[in-house]
Ligand binder design. Structure first.
Ligand SMILES: Cc1ncc(COP(=O)(O)O)c(C=O)c1O
Length: 361
């Protein structure tokens, strides 16, 4: 059809992790344990749930188009001006606005091969030239990414920590790379898993740098347990935010999302519990994987990627787990054929996973 541009025709459809409903349709097991989408296994922040209950009767009203209350709260928490804060329908929603706001027709994008699919889809859908640079030792290869910088480079994307590898680039990696990047190019530092990685001493918290050409992206989808609401936020120079806000759909995020976000930011108890339990789960799974001789990549997120002999072996493990009611994610669509990504669950879910894995292998 001539109506569809060729770069859109060529796009592969985004394949999300299997949902519980899908799994139930496909197999006979019930009470699925879903460890495939890096969601928060402890549910949504209770304070966010309360806040949503309190706005039911206002759902006939549009949300505040400036998102003032949530943006001010984020500004206060992270010690910046409200004008430096952007909010959107998930951090992916903000990424999409970034692409539409800043890219000229001959601009180029640099990203990493095998990294976050959400960005891959947006970059390929933009119709711009994209340089996908292979990783080195399961990490972003910043040296090779720097070599791809041209006079047309406009957006450089770094997920830190990365999904699906779970690895991060260190402060010194970032500092060296930053010196290569011209000021007319934007770096998107996607810190969706920031809360899980922030205690690593060499993790480069981009809010510490506050460079004029760096856009930090974070999300309520992971540590705050609000993936279903679609709420993300970002920090950038006010000039960038001002222009982003002209392009972003005016009434995003929704009223429930904005209200829940404001409340979730006060829910320290939930956040601390999430991070602590995730640490415990990560330790437990790592130890068990080691004792089962399952290769895995040390992760600073809420998931662990395991590495198998080949694609067939990985596929077999995924299928067998599914038959036994556990949904995990084979990473073929990311380009890692022999890898399976497993989200850290509750302690009960993690124990069941290990029990079932033991019986399979
Ligand atoms: C690296 C990374 N960035 C962004 C997202 C999406 O976040 P959001 O739900 O805020 O769109 C994810 C979700 O898995 C992710 O892994």
């Amino acid at each position: 059809m001539p109506l569809v541009p060729s770069y859109i025709k060529k796009l592969e459809k985004y394949k999300p992790g299997k949902s519980i409903q899908e799994a139930e349709l496909e197999s006979k097991a019930s009470n699925y344990i879903k460890l495939s989408s890096n969601e928060n296994p402890f549910g949504p922040s209770p304070m966010a749930i309360e806040a949503i209950k309190n706005i039911y009767s206002s759902l006939n009203r549009y949300p505040d188009a400036n998102g003032f209350a949530l943006r001010s709260k984020l500004a206060k928490k992270f010690n910046v001006k409200t004008d430096n804060v952007v909010i959107g329908s998930g951090s992916e929603g903000i990424m999409s606005s970034i692409m539409r706001t800043f890219l000229l027709s001959d601009d180029e994008i640099i990203g990493s091969e095998g990294s976050f699919i959400g960005f891959r889809v947006l970059a390929n859908a933009s119709g711009r030239k994209v340089h996908w640079v292979p990783m080195k030792e399961k990490k972003y290869n910043l040296e090779k990414m720097a070599e791809k910088i041209t006079d047309h480079t406009k957006i450089i994307y770094i997920a830190n920590p990365d999904n699906p590898m779970g690895t991060y680039i260190t402060k010194s990696d970032f500092d060296i790379f930053y010196d290569y990047v011209p000021k007319r190019a934007l770096i998107i530092l996607d810190e969706a898993y920031y809360e899980y990685a922030q205690d690593q001493v060499d993790y480069p918290d981009s809010m510490f740098y506050r460079y004029d050409n760096v856009i930090t992206l974070r999300t309520f989808s992971k540590a705050y347990g609000l993936g279903g609401l679609r709420l993300g936020y970002g920090f950038a120079h006010d000039y960038l935010v001002e222009n982003l806000n002209k392009v972003k759909p005016p009434f995003e995020p929704s009223l429930p999302a904005q209200s829940a976000g404001i409340a979730a930011l006060d829910d320290n108890q939930f956040l601390e519990k999430t991070i602590e339990e995730n640490k415990t789960g990560m330790k437990y799974l790592s130890k068990e994987f080691e004792s089962l001789s399952i290769e895995f990549i040390t992760s600073y997120t809420n998931f662990i990627t395991t590495v198998w002999e080949n694609s067939n072996v990985a596929e077999n493990i995924v299928d067998k787990l599914l038959e036994r009611g556990i949904i995990v994610r084979k990473l073929s669509s990311f380009g890692w054929e022999n890898c399976i990504r497993i989200t850290i669950g509750t302690s009960k879910e993690n124990a069941i996973l290990i029990k079932v894995l033991k019986s399979i292998i």
